[in-house]
Ligand binder design. Sequence first.
Ligand SMILES: [Ca+2]
Length: 336
Amino acid sequence: MGLAALALPMAGLATLVNASFETPEQVMGGYSVSGIPGWSGGTGVWYIPTAGFFQTTAPDGHQIGYSNSNFMAQQSTNVIGAGVNSVTVQAGRRHDGFSGSFKLNIYAGGSVSNGVVTGGTLLASTPFDYNSIPPDSFTLVTATYTAQAGDPVIGQFVTVQFQLTAGAQMDMDDVRIYSPDSQRVAPTSLTVNYGRITSGDATKLALDDGDALVICKFIVPNQTSPIVQFAVNGNTTFTSLTALRFSTKAAMVQAGSFSHILKLYNFATSAYEETTTGSIGLAYQFYDLPATGDPNRYLGSGGALKSLVQIKQNGPSTSATPCASFDLAVWDLLGS
Ligand SMILES: [Ca+2]
């Protein structure tokens, strides 16, 4: 697969605050009721499943957002660009009768208060009817606006709104914005430092499609060393970045106690920095490492990008040579 095929200008970076509703962190089955950080007009976040109320896991992370209000909104730092602009959300239906239907609205600009958008331009509105999906499930809802060159909304901030249209409660997760100033870049190559590839190659990391790269423990130099470590390299056509996030979707193949670690490569200092560590088990999870500060230190000459993925073993496993599956490893960028 060539470089051009791996740069997917349609895909994007959620530049919304708390787009996956993981803040504030709840205990399993727990929920908050006093607003959602980042969101105007929302009610709370909820760590599902909860027996009798929502009997499935969150589409992304552990928690979903829910609102018992008529409106919920947030203005992003994405701007409308010439071309295709879209917003997606995982819209959910609860187990019980307290579900609701809503519209996903995209505005250009405006100001947000109590979930209501004032002064903006409504660009797209897609209805979600909770009766269209089974209880305890989610479905992807997309609203799209195509801006032609010279469109006066170009350059205005993308504002996302959820508008209750029927029933009691809006339930959602994983809000994403795709705009022409954003780019998703998949690795063009990878270098395995620890572990041995048993299936797949760098091309398996481009899409969240269940077709994974599998790397197993092999020769480990010492007990503190990761059992799996690989660097991924990619290239963007952007020459300047305003935001960067490296994400993976990964799972262990065998049971045990393991950590999943991501690091970003600073081309200015020739060293890895910024790390996120999470636990990794048998179920696929998404892991995100957003850059802090000026992301241009992570942009090398010719648009080079480099990040590191590690698996550490923290205790016994059912296998002497445990394996990890990596379905996705991508950089989401905002820039030009
Ligand atoms: Ca979530």
